[in-house]
Design a binder for this molecule. Sequence first.
Ligand SMILES: NC(=O)c1ccc[n+]([C@@H]2O[C@H](COP(=O)([O-])OP(=O)(O)OC[C@H]3O[C@@H](n4cnc5c(N)ncnc54)[C@H](O)[C@@H]3O)[C@@H](O)[C@H]2O)c1
Length: 295
Amino acid sequence: MKLLVTGSSGQLGSYVCELLADRHEIIGMDIKPAVVPGLKPLVGDIRRPGDVREALSDVDAVVHCAAQVSVERSLEDPVSDAETNVIGTINLLQECAARKVRRFVYVSSAAVLGDPKYIPVGEAHPTEPMSNYGASKLAGERFALAYTKSHGVDVVVVRPFNFYSPRADPESPYSGVITKFTRRVKAGEAPIIEGDGLQTRDFIHARDVASFIGLLLEKDDISGEVFNCGSGVATSILDLARLVISAGSLDVEPELTAPRKGDIRHSVADMSKAKALLGFSTKVSLRDGIAEMLG
Ligand SMILES: NC(=O)c1ccc[n+]([C@@H]2O[C@H](COP(=O)([O-])OP(=O)(O)OC[C@H]3O[C@@H](n4cnc5c(N)ncnc54)[C@H](O)[C@@H]3O)[C@@H](O)[C@H]2O)c1
């Protein structure tokens, strides 16, 4: 199968390209140069219909990872967030419909859910995003699912929870908590926790998310389905900080600072649908993932 992976130079997209390279012919599309050796790269912008047309000229399936990924930036510049996450997604869907592309995997986010009303969070949980980023990812999801009904595009939605890997940009002010903690511990400094540290999150390695996407591409009869993608394990930020400190053999306690405004309290995925329909389970434990980050 010929596969287009958007966002192929990013954290998740690069793992998807690597993982699926032995099974599929892969074309990567990104505004940044390719990072995966041997990949057929295409520097292109999903906001530009001409670039999308060229990228989709001869593919059977699309894994759409490209996005504006920062919540903070989505609040500072909501229009450019929506240009990438909404208009860029529509550009791809429109071209997929015209070319009868076999499957479109839309990489959404648990951010579409907002503050969970109950945990673990199943796929049927209400979607009430709390940021422009969550809203634009949800709009992309809704457009993608609408294209299944209106144009027959075989769309599958995956909602990753918090994923991490050494490929997350450590220089980014918007990087995730594991990247921030491991960076501090590597420098011999205590991790800084926003709030009391008792808030929980569901962490999954980006390589496991890529494996999940591989399963979605192989499975028939899941058109229009939405899948959570997490570990199914709730980890408190305090436990995470202690895990990183101990893996880094530091003798410090985490530092506590003011809570982040609008932060949700608890989030963990109900993974029963993915287990039942895809046979999915994670391969990388949090302990091993942290060791790799500190490596
Ligand atoms: N990181 C997480 O914890 C997390 C959680 C849930 C969902 N997601 C989603 O997973 C996907 C991948 O996230 P990531 O962490 O790998 O992010 P990333 O920033 O590492 O990768 C995104 C890639 O998209 C590219 N891109 C951005 N705008 C583009 C455009 N207009 N045209 C072409 N390429 C463009 C970027 O250059 C980048 O390489 C995103 O859709 C994100 O919303 C991420």
